[in-house]
Design a protein around this ligand. Structure first.
Ligand code: ZN
Length: 349
C-alpha cells in the first residue's frame, strides 16, 4: 500500500536542454549526439527515482521536447517544428501557445516510444510507467489545418493512433500507461460528451494498467497566477464519477497546490488514486511530515491499497536539486504513513 510514483517528467540536465525553456526543451547537444545524451539523462532520472525510493518509475520524459510533441514527433501528417499560435485551455491562462499543426493525413509508420521504453526497462527492475498525451488535450494543443473536422472526430482519430501505441507499449513491457488530460479540468461538458469516450478508445485492448492524469497544469508563472485567483475547484466532482464508470484503472489528481477538497476523491471509488502530495510550482521542498499530512487527509476517502502518493504534475519546470528533494520527500512521507498504518495501534483503529 501507498506505493509511490510521479506524474511523469523530471527536469532535464542543462547539458541536454536549455533550462531557461524547460517546457519546450531546445536541445543543446548536436543531433548526432542527442540519442547518447538522452540515454544518459534517462539513466540519471531512473537513478534519482530509485535512490529516493519511488516505486513506479518513468524515464523522466527526458526524450521529449514537450509532453505532447514527444508523441507527435513520431507521426506523419503533423508538424511540430513550424508551429502555430493558438488560444488553448479555454484561454484560462490568457496566452497564445505554440502548437503543432496537422498538415496531412495522420499516420504512425512505426511505434514511437517502444525503443525508449525498452531502454528504461533495461535499467530497472521496478515497474515502469509511460505517459502519453490524451486525445482531448492533443486536440486542444494542435491546429487542424488538414481535416477541418469537429473536435470529437479529431479526438477519435488521435485516440486510434494512441491506442495502437499503447498496445505496443504494453506488449513491450510497460507496466502502466498514463494519458495526460489536463483539459479534463477545463472542458467539463466535452469530457462528458466525448472526452471519456475518446480515452476509452485509446485504452481498448491495452493489457497493462491504464491511468489518466488530470491536473491544473504545470507549476509555471502564468498557471500559478491563474491558480491564485481561481475560486472554482469543483471540477473533479464532475469528472471523477465519469472516470469511475470507465475502464481506466488509475486517476491522477492535483491536491497539493490546488484548493480541491479531498473528500471529492470518494467519487473515484474502485479506482487507484494517484494523489498529488507534491507541489510542482515551488522550489520549496516539502518535509516528509507535510507529505504525510496530505496523505492522511485523503485516507478517509481512499483506502490505502488504492492510494498512490504522487506529484501534482510534472517536475520539469523545477531545478534538479528541488526535484530530487521532492522525490525523497514523497517517498519518505509515504513511508511515515505506511508505518503508522502497519503499527499495532492502527490495527485497533
Ligand atoms: Zn499535469
Amino acid at each position: 500500500m501507498l506505493r509511490t510514483t510521479i506524474a511523469g517528467s523530471l527536469p532535464k540536465p542543462s547539458w541536454l536542454a536549455d533550462p531557461a525553456y524547460q517546457l519546450f526543451a531546445p536541445w543543446v547537444v548536436p543531433p548526432e549526439r542527442l540519442r547518447e545524451a538522452q540515454d544518459d539523462a534517462v539513466r540519471l532520472a531512473v537513478l534519482d527515482q530509485e535512490r529516493a525510493g519511488i516505486d513506479v518509475v518513468t524515464d523522466g520524459e527526458q526524450r521529449r521536447r514537450h509532453y505532447i510533441w514527444g508523441f507527435l514527433d513520431g507521426l506523419t501528417g503533423v508538424d511540430t517544428r513550424r508551429t502555430a499560435k493558438k488560444r488553448t485551455r479555454g484561454d484560462r491562462y490568457d496566452t497564445l501557445q505554440d502548437v503543432a499543426r496537422v498538415v496531412g493525413e495522420l499516420g504512425r509508420p512505426a511505434p514511437v516510444m517502444v525503443d525508449a521504453l525498452r531502454f528504461t526497462r533495461s535499467l530497472t527492475s521496478r515497474p515502469v510507467k509511460v505517459t502519453l498525451p490524451g486525445p482531448m488535450t492533443i486536440v486542444d494543443t494542435t491546429l487542424d489545418e488538414f481535416y477541418h473536422e469537429d473536435e470529437k472526430t479529431m479526438a477519435m482519430r488521435w485516440a486510434a493512433l494512441l491506442g495502437a501505441e499503447a498496445r505496443d507499449l504494453a506488449e513491450a513491457g510497460a507496466d502502466v500507461i498514463q494519458f495526460d488530460e489536463p483539459c479534463f479540468n477545463i472542458y467539463l461538458d466535452k469530457v462528458a460528451a466525448w472526452g471519456v469516450e475518446a480515452l476509452e478508445r485509446a485504452v481498448e485492448g491495452v493489457t497493462c494498467v491504464t491511468a489518466v492524469h488530470i491536473c491544473y497544469s504545470y507549476g509555471i508563472p502564468r498557471v500559478l497566477a491563474w491558480k491564485s485567483r481561481n475560486t472554482e475547484w469543483g471540477q473533479y466532482a464532475e469528472t471523477l464519477p465519469l472516470i469511475r464508470h470507465s475502464s481506466i484503472r488509475q486517476v491522477s489528481v492535483e491536491c497539493a497546490a490546488s484548493r480541491v477538497d479531498v473528500s471529492v476523491l470518494a467519487a473515484a471509488a474502485g479506482k487507484d488514486v494517484l494523489l498529488g502530495v507534491i507541489d510542482v510550482g515551488s522550489e520549496a521542498v516539502e518535509t516528509p511530515e507535510l507529505v504525510a499530512q496530505r496523505i492522511r487527509a485523503a485516507l478517509p476517502y481512499v483506502p490505502p491499497d488504492r492510494l498512490v502518493p504522487c506529484t501534482d504534475c510534472g517536475l520539469v519546470p523545477r531545478s534538479r536539486a528541488a526535484a530530487v528533494g521532492k522525490l525523497s520527500a514523497l517517498a519518505a512521507g509515504a513511508a511515515l504513513v505506511r508505518a503508522e498504518l502497519q503499527s499495532p495501534r492502527a490495527a485497533g483503529r
